[in-house]
Design a protein around this ligand. Structure first.
Ligand code: ZN
Length: 65
C-alpha cells in the first residue's frame, strides 16, 4: 500500500498498488504510483526569528512622546 496525495485537493489517501481509488474530497482518481504523500527529507522550515525587543520599546517610546 502507498499513501498518496490527491493532486487536486491535497487529501492523503492510502491506495493499494495496482488499484485505483477516488479521492474522498474531490473524487479525483488516485493511483499508488502517484506522488507519495511522505515528504522526502525536505525541511525548509526556518527557525523563528526573534526581533530585537529593544527596538520595539524604543518605537513605543517615540509614539508616546
Ligand atoms: Zn482530491
Amino acid at each position: 500500500m502507498a499513501c498518496v496525495r490527491c493532486p487536486s485537493c491535497g487529501t492523503e489517501r492510502v491506495v493499494v498498488e495496482g488499484k485505483r481509488k477516488n479521492c474522498r474530497k474531490c473524487g479525483a482518481k488516485l493511483t499508488a504510483d502517484m506522488a507519495p504523500a511522505r515528504p522526502k527529507a525536505r525541511k525548509a522550515a526556518k527557525p523563528p526569528r526573534v526581533e530585537n525587543p529593544k527596538s520595539e520599546a524604543e518605537a513605543q517610546e517615540q509614539q508616546e512622546a
